[in-house]
Write a protein that binds this ligand. Sequence first.
Ligand code: BT5
Length: 281
Amino acid sequence: MDEAPLNQAARDQDSINEAARNQAALAARLHTRWLGRAFEWHATCGSTNDLAAERARAGAPAGLAIVADAQTSGRGRLGRSWHSPADENLYLSIVLRPARPPSEIPPLTLLAGAAVARALETFGLEPRLKWPNDVELLDETRKRRKVCGVLTEMASAGGSALHVVVGIGINVNAVDFPPEIAARATSLRRALGRPVDRVALLAALLEAFEPLCEAFDRRGPAAAVEAFEGHAAFPAPCRVTAPGRPAERLEGIALGVEPDGALRLQDETGQIHRVISGELS
Ligand code: BT5
């Protein structure tokens, strides 16, 4: 028999064992009441968001968390891809069932960003949130680099949200990035100069997110906007382009976030715009 398939089988088994160890380590140290109490840690999958949606459709409870050590088709917004190499980073999706109407769901992205920012602060970092779904760190030249992205997806029917999947990708121990993102990405390890325990980071994130989710259930988008603004730099000069239409752009000063989660932007004539979606730079 050929040796290569045997080696591959041994490596696959190692990954499965490692995933099981991580899942047990998390269960032992997690102090949440419901978020992440139901938990799956996979060696690999296509996208944790797809797996979480599948579980949600099958009736999974709010708070189910799915983590993978690697994703073969990690996704960003608008069909973009999320670089998801094995064993270095965190790829997490959480099933939520907020008691809020579908129109109030998009600000959950802001809320998740705030939870990530709070978790990163416990590691001594100073994260900044970029509307709507990026968490950034400053590098040694004070340039902002993306360390995390959030992708929120919802299934609704008859005017209510059936379930929401909040996907969070954090660059934890990655040192090198592919050329197309190398100038804009960073990791916790790059920022701190030392590796970070992914289980410890995950526990900090779930513990930060649980009370924010409860506040969101009670108060809706206002809770998300408040949490987001606590970690965002406003006012700030900015340019917004329409997704896929770089010629359509708006420049001015980002003043803050509206009660429904839209970005409030003042152009050079003083006119105020509400930006519902777009790319900020
Ligand atoms: C996002 O999209 O930033 C949302 C990313 C969400 C990823 C998580 S991982 C767990 C869960 N499962 C999934 O399949 N997805 C979620 P967007 O704003 O569209 O940004 C995507 C862009 O960020 C790409 O087009 C690249 O330019 C850049 N990018 C890709 N991978 C990156 C990485 N690892 N670090 C920093 N930037 C990256």
